[in-house]
Write a protein that binds this ligand. Structure first.
Ligand code: ZN
Ligand code: ZN
Length: 621
């Protein structure tokens, strides 16, 4: 008998090592027929529990866990279940289990602590993190460098950078990881310059710390410093690994820094030749697409020797953002021959239809989602459809769709419909949506602005003013629009009416010139939609002031800097945090013609490529 149970245990352990869930389940079924598992001393249930936990079937693991009498449960069983929760399904249950462990007097070691703080960081649960910190002090586990590092990391992820620094200073022993956690958080929360001071102080550095510092520079627009450091790193380490290259490319995509991105591309080609690594290739596609170079993205994509689902999704959503809807629909059939599409794929496909006004095609894909591709439509897919119908002016159809949704609509979906109401001047629906949205998110100013646009369009200036008063009384401020442009190895950021740039005088002189030429080309500033441009006085000068405020919108200032600091004919790439306004959109169209420049603007939702007086979005955004 003893021999049989030990034989069965070793079989289960083999399944654990190979994470072979089906075989393990079969063995479990056989064991049930023998009744051996009911004898606690056989420890078969314990072995099975560890097997299910490791293979990610936390439900079965928990069932066995509850069956085993506490006397026969040891540290291994507890931690197996805790790790399974943390890694596979319900991270919060790992925290509950930790509390049970403490109450049950189960021994706790540094491995459990690392798991606990990992979960707290992931959930950004600082309350539980502080309790765990207390426990680590009491049990003297904080003396372990490993535990100290994860506590620091947890505080950093929760945004308490002061705590990170305190803990770091109190540590008796510090490893390169401790320094790296400090560096990472300093760069993230205090900027690249403060980060550099930590970096220079570090007694030793690994590839991770170098990468964090370079990425910090790129993300904050300091391309020159990023380049210098990358050069140092390469001469020190010989070459750079794929993870570093991908992190740099991701940072380039976020900041729109294509100079650095291109350099990494050339470097990757030298390193890998034609056999581009799939991760790096995908990061390149993403970087080029997000920094406005969609044709470069497509070229990299076509030349990749291997592509996976992530690559395809990056390509499709890139094309969608650039309004290349027909191309997305053209290559989609090729995709399903290579890989199985997932949720993200269809978000890209549907938003491509939306950005290109392909209503019927969008409907078709949406209807096929479950029947053909076996995917349950999620709220994101409904949002795409509502957006698609709303943009096309079919607001009634959008409302019907919302009524038939199996889940409640979220704020993104309703906000998108409100945006369509504002474009199509649907006053009543707009008012209804606003009421719903304000309940969900009382401090979001954008909804009020959209509704005020609807009022302004309907000629109800009084209501628009009332809304503005409400915002003012509540002390709600509008999110400031910011635009940035990369010139001379540096990102330059502007807010509306900004006067802080060192070349401010030249910029405003150029702006005067631009406006003069715009006016003679027949441009009329569109002031009706801008009741919230920050004008407080309502007098006869109002219109002129509104015009002035429109002229100094951040994207126009960025365009002017681009015009004065690059050679004639150089394309300009501008990144904006909010949606581009209608006035800037029509002004930049004309600028692209009179100054013969291609101007690409990435706003919050998509790309606009202005060329020869028209935009790639065909005024449909
Ligand atoms: Zn504007
Ligand atoms: Zn456009």
């Amino acid at each position: 008998m003893k021999c049989l149970t030990s034989h069965l245990r070793s079989l289960i352990r083999q399944c654990t090592r190979r994470s072979s869930l089906p075989t393990g389940r079969k063995i479990h079924a056989i064991i049930l027929t023998t009744g051996l598992a009911n004898i606690p001393t056989s420890f078969l249930n314990n072995t099975l529990l560890q097997f299910y936990a490791a293979c990610g079937d936390t439900f079965s693991a928990r069932q066995l866990f509850d069956k085993i009498p506490s006397f026969y449960k040891d540290y291994v069983d507890w931690t197996a279940l805790m790790f399974s929760y943390a890694r596979h399904t319900f991270p919060r249950n790992a925290l509950h289990l930790f509390v049970e462990m403490r109450r049950g007097g189960v021994n706790i070691d540094d491995v459990v602590m690392v798991c606990l703080f990992g979960v707290c960081a992931h959930l950004e649960d600082v309350g539980m993190g502080i309790q765990g910190h207390g426990c680590a002090v009491k049990t003297a586990l904080l003396e372990s460098v490993k535990v100290g590092n994860v506590v620091m990391d947890m505080y950093g992820k929760c945004g308490l950078v002061g705590e990170v620094r305190c803990l770091f200073e109190e540590m008796d022993q510090r490893s390169v990881v401790s320094w790296t956690v400090l560096l990472d958080n300093t760069v993230k929360w205090e900027g690249a310059e403060s980060g550099r001071r930590v970096f220079d102080e570090m007694p030793e550095r690994n590839e991770v710390s170098w990468t964090i510092m370079i990425v910090g520079y790129v993300r904050n627009g300091f391309t020159c410093q990023g380049f210098a450091l990358l050069g140092d790193m390469l001469s020190l380490w010989g070459s750079s690994n794929f993870v570093t290259l991908c992190s740099i490319l991701l940072a380039c995509a976020q900041s729109g820094d294509v100079i650095m991105g291109r350099w990494v591309h050339v470097y990757a080609l030298k390193l890998m030749g034609n056999w581009m690594n799939i991760m790096v290739g995908t990061a390149l596609v993403d970087m080029y697409a997000k920094s406005g170079r969609i044709s470069s993205a497509y070229k990299v994509f076509q030349h990749m020797p291997q592509r996976n689902l992530v690559t395809w999704n990056a390509m499709l959503s890139g094309l969608a953002m650039h309004g290349k809807g027909t191309l997305v629909l053209d290559i989609f059939p090729k995709m399903i021959k290579e890989v199985n599409p997932d949720d993200l794929t269809f978000i890209a496909v549907l938003s491509a239809c939306s950005h290109s006004g392909l209503v019927e095609k969008g409907w078709e894909y949406f209807k096929n989602l479950e029947s053909v591709y076996g995917l349950k439509p999620k709220v994101e897919h409904y949002t795409c459809m509502v957006d698609l119908l709303g943009r096309a002016g079919r607001l009634e159809d959008a409302e019907i769709l919302i009524k038939h949704m199996p889940m409640p609509p979220n704020k993104v979906l309703l906000g998108s419909l409100l945006g369509s109401c504002s474009v199509h001047g649907k006053l009543q629906l707009g008012e209804r949506l606003l009421r719903q949205l304000v309940e969900m998110e009382p401090f979001n100013t954008e909804y009020h602005i959209l509704l005020s646009n609807i009022y302004a369009m309907a000629g109800k200036q009084d209501n628009a003013n009332l809304l503005r008063q409400i915002l003012k009384n509540r002390g709600i401020r509008k999110v400031p629009g910011m635009s940035s442009i990369h010139v001379g190895g540096q990102a330059h950021q502007f807010s509306a009416g900004d006067r802080s740039h060192p070349r401010m005088q030249e910029i405003y002189l150029k702006l005067d010139d631009v406006i003069r030429r715009l006016r003679s080309a027949g441009y009329v500033p569109n002031t009706t939609l801008h009741v919230f441009s920050g004008i407080e006085r309502d007098n006869t000068e109002g219109v002129e002031e509104k015009e002035q405020a429109l002229f100094s919108h951040s994207e126009k200032l960025a365009v002017c800097l681009g015009l004065i600091s690059t050679k004639p004919g150089t394309p300009l790439y501008i990144f904006k945090n909010l949606r581009i306004c209608q006035d800037c959109h029509s002004a930049i169209k004309i600028i692209s013609k009179i100054y013969s420049r291609k101007i690409v603007v990435r706003d919050r939702n998509r790309f606009h490529c202005f060329h020869e007086g028209s935009c790639s979005c065909s005024d449909y955004w």
